[in-house]
Design a protein around this ligand. Structure first.
Ligand SMILES: [Zn+2]
Length: 389
């Protein structure tokens, strides 16, 4: 039996509205077995200034190297090595759980299996495999193209057969595919409804890339579980999201990184132009969603241009710029995200019985959200996977 005892001077548990002082967290075989007021003990104790649950990133493209514009091509071998580095980037930025929303073939599932078998170190992963899009639609290069209800049902069943944890569908165009309008609706409500029906029958959640208003509505009325990006949300969308408890994963990082770097660093002109068109509306949508109490989960869309795999802290900073309180941002990055991806029974908070995924910070992120960057240790399933001492 492996044991670990951690003393938190300040514990932000992911579910409480206020932090707790001087807590002693006991971990056995990867799980939290007790949380008590701090007291003397014979066990060896690790001390930490501030402890939060491990962070989530609910929207990543794990195999995509970043820090390049759009023209550079990578071989599969290069991508494999990059992937190993990305896995380390997540852990080193306190992210112990990711949801991969789109790779070619079933590569993400193979990576997940490499992590689970101990071959490489990386965060817990849920995988979507290939996304489902309409013929020629957003993401078609690595996706399954499907048109009409029968093809969509078949595509969903094919992915479930391959072992995906979640199904990702494309409700609208996007910034990344040349010649495709980000606002245009793509898969229809009827097409998405059969995909969602198949996913739900198999106990899987669904997520959709959705930027434009009509596509978002189509996805919402089809019964989608999470809206990714959600650049143009109107009152009807927000009402519907609230009613059916649909999550929003804003991925503010993705457009921000494209704008931060611009054409002078190699981002394609068409991408910068499209991004500038949607950015203000995007920020407004996220604000309105927060004010309305729509559940928001944290995702960055890492793997898009200059959107690094250790950008989860940046996403939190961008949310803070919208005047969202730091405690709420931390909940978005932990328990909300766990709920969004359906693993809240085992992950997302510091509670007895849950997996011991913990981030030890040197300074308090409630005072300044950027303190999530000041990582002392990261513990995943009771094992210290990052130690900056
Ligand atoms: Zn994405």
């Amino acid at each position: 039996m492996s044991k670990l005892v951690v003393h938190a001077k300040i514990m932000i548990d992911g579910v409480s509205d206020t932090p707790k002082k001087d807590q002693l967290i006991s971990i056995e075989d990867g799980k939290i077995v007790s949380i008590e007021e701090y007291h003397e003990t014979n066990e060896e104790v690790i001390h930490a200034n501030v402890i939060t649950p491990g962070f989530f990133n609910c929207h990543v493209h794990i195999m995509e190297p970043v820090g390049f514009g759009t023209d550079k091509k990578f071989s599969l071998m290069e991508k494999a090595f990059y992937t190993q580095k990305h896995c380390e980037d997540y852990l080193h930025s306190g992210v112990t759980f990711i949801r991969v929303l789109g790779t070619a073939n079933d590569y993400d599932m193979q990576i997940r299996d490499c992590i689970d078998s101990g071959l490489i170190q990386g965060p817990h992963m849920l995988c979507a495999g290939r996304c489902i899009c309409m013929t020629g639609g957003h993401g078609w290069q690595d996706g399954i193209e499907a048109d009409g209800k029968d093809e969509c049902r078949k595509a969903a069943r094919t992915l479930l057969k391959e072992g995906v944890d979640i199904i990702k569908i494309m409700a609208t165009g996007g910034v990344m595919t040349k010649g495709v309008e980000p606002g245009s609706a793509q898969l229809t409500q009827e097409e998405m409804a059969v995909i969602i029906e198949e996913a739900h029958k198999a106990g899987r959640k669904t997520a959709t890339h959705a930027q434009g208003l009509q596509g978002i509505k189509n996805a919402l009325y089809a019964g989608i579980d999470s809206i990714e990006h959600g650049c143009f949300l109107d009152d009807e969308c927000l009402e519907r999201m609230k009613e059916q408890n649909t999550f929003l994963v804003p991925t503010l990082c993705a457009p921000q990184c494209i704008i931060d770097k611009g054409v002078e660093n190699g981002v394609a002109q068409y991408m910068v132009d499209k991004t500038l068109k949607v950015k203000d509306a995007h920020v407004e949508s996220v604000k309105k969603a927060y004010e309305k109490g729509i559940p928001i989960a944290l995702g960055t869309d890492a793997g898009t241009p200059f959107n690094y795999h250790n950008n989860t802290a940046y996403e939190m900073e961008l949310l803070a710029r919208l005047n969202i309180p730091n405690m709420d941002i931390l909940k978005m990055a932990t328990i909300n995200s766990a709920r969004c991806v359906g693993v809240e029974k085992d992950y997302g908070s510091i509670e007895v019985g849950k997996q011991a995924d913990l981030v030890c910070l040197n300074e308090n992120p409630l005072e300044n959200i950027s303190n999530v960057r000041k990582i002392n240790r990261v513990i995943q399933s009771g094992k210290i996977v990052v130690d900056n001492n």
